[in-house]
Design a protein around this ligand. Structure first.
Ligand SMILES: [Mn+2]
Length: 294
């Protein structure tokens, strides 16, 4: 830590973060689910979109030897416009630093929303290694290239809305659709559907995602690796493309997914809302059994 240039006091403070108590106390869990590797990305800390509740739950119920933060962890773009940083977002940083302290290797690969961290690639902050991209070898010997993925995104600039389209936008559109239809009818124009036009856009979006996945997998194939792990498009997915494994670890804005590697090298995409639901039913069943026994 002594070789940091002057003016890095703030980073020293961040690095000593685990001595401060989190606002949401860490749940004491008998058994955390242990994995060899965890990949998460597109957390977008500093925005209202970040589902910090589910992410805190995820961090409190899992552990791994290595954890990759695959970019867009902090949303610097939004923060520049409007400062938004609730206590829970500190808690997420706290939990990640605590993991590093407990011995998890943490690799942080900044994305386009946290590109201000990219110049620090090659440095280590409080046990968090910052890298531009990484190569990961699975327990069964497959070589995977790990990167955020905006590098291969030539079209995305025009489709940035895509990542943030949600229910709210859809409902607004449907309302608008009814309003436009009645206005058009009143002035004697034929019916024209906004939602139909939007569906055409969505079809383009689906095509875009599929093309993006192919471009990333091809680029990985050219580098001679067995597969690639990325994030960026907020769409968790596994595909085998021309013999190259394409893994996308999703996001923590809408899907709330993580990619994990088990100790035998098997990879799995976890959908955390589903995992929570399964846990709750399990607990419910267990308490039912107890009451039956009594
Ligand atoms: Mn991104």
């Amino acid at each position: 830590m002594n070789d940091f240039p002057r003016g890095f006091d703030a980073i020293h403070k961040v690095a000593s973060f685990p001595s401060i108590k989190p606002a949401v106390p860490e749940r004491v869990i008998g058994e955390r689910r242990r994995f060899r590797t965890i990949w998460i990305s597109d957390v977008h800390l500093g925005t209202k979109g970040c589902n910090h509740e589910l992410l805190i739950d995820f961090l409190d119920h899992t552990d791994s030897e290595t954890m990759y933060l695959v970019g867009d962890i902090i949303d610097g773009w939004r923060l520049k416009k409007k400062f938004y940083w609730p206590a829970e977002h500190n808690d997420i940083v706290w939990r990640i630093l605590k993991r590093a302290r407990r011995g998890t290797r943490i690799v942080y690969i900044p994305g386009n929303h946290d590109e201000m961290v990219r110049p620090f690639a090659g440095m280590d902050f409080g046990g968090v290694e910052i890298m531009r991209a990484a190569f990961h070898t699975t327990a069964d010997g497959r070589r995977l290239m790990v990167l955020h993925g905006d590098e291969f995104d030539t079209v995305m600039l025009a489709h940035r809305w895509l990542a943030f389209v949600g229910d709210a936008a859809y409902h607004l559109m449907m309302k608008l659709n009814g309003w436009v239809a009645s206005v058009r009818k009143a002035v004697g124009l034929p019916y024209w559907s906004i939602s139909k036009a939007a569906k055409h856009k969505v079809k383009n979006a689906v095509e875009f995602i599929s093309k993006y996945e192919e471009v990333v997998a091809r680029a990985a194939g050219e580098r001679g690796v067995d597969g690639v792990v990325c994030g960026h498009i907020h769409t968790a997915e596994f595909r085998s493309i021309e013999g190259v494994e394409y893994w996308n670890d999703g996001d923590w804005v809408e899907g709330c997914n993580a990619l994990v590697e088990h100790f035998d090298g098997t990879m799995e995409i976890l959908n955390w809302p589903e995992e929570v639901a399964r846990r709750e039913t399990g607990r419910h069943d267990a308490s039912e059994k107890v009451s039956e026994a009594a």
